[in-house]
Design a protein. Structure first.
Length: 154
């Protein structure tokens, strides 16, 4: 014979446990959504490359927008909108991104913006040869200056 009182007791415990698990899942999802609202919509990334050539050569290569496809494999196409100051569109996959120059200080800094709102800064910082492992000896037995290209995305 079935003891209905003990069966009802176990059923109530089982339903309570399931209810607590469901409430806990809802609370976790709500906390994740709430935490997501506190993360910034934009983020800053930096990158650095070391070059062992003179500053003007590196700056000329960086500002030669028409030649980007040759050395940036993720760019599938370029449309030059303006030459001076540089304004252009880059095709990344199926999406075109438009860039414009905010400030150009040759051969030190080039501030560009993804129109309409995001801004990039590209500038060359001279690094001390003792601070870099990529400095090379020149024929005159002098260490060639090393420069870093730094991208700051805001």
């Amino acid at each position: 014979m079935i003891d209905y009182d003990s069966f009802a007791l176990y059923a109530r415990r089982y339903v309570r446990v399931l209810f607590l698990i469901a409430v806990l899942a809802v609370v976790i999802v709500a906390l994740m959504i709430t935490a997501g609202y506190f993360f910034p919509a934009e983020h800053i990334t930096t990158g650095e490359r070391e070059f062992t050539t003179d500053r003007s050569t590196v700056f000329a290569a960086i500002t030669d927008v028409g030649n980007y496809e040759a050395w940036q494999p993720d760019i599938k196409g370029i449309q030059i909108l303006e030459r001076n100051p540089p304004r252009w569109k880059e095709l990344h996959g199926k999406q075109w991104l438009e860039f414009e120059t905010v400030r150009l200080d040759r051969p030190n800094e080039w501030v560009i913006r993804i129109t309409p709102e995001k801004e990039y800064r590209r500038f060359l910082a001279e690094r001390d040869s003792s601070n870099t492992s990529s400095a090379t000896e020149t024929e005159e037995d002098q260490v060639a200056p090393s420069y870093s290209e730094i991208d700051l995305r805001a």
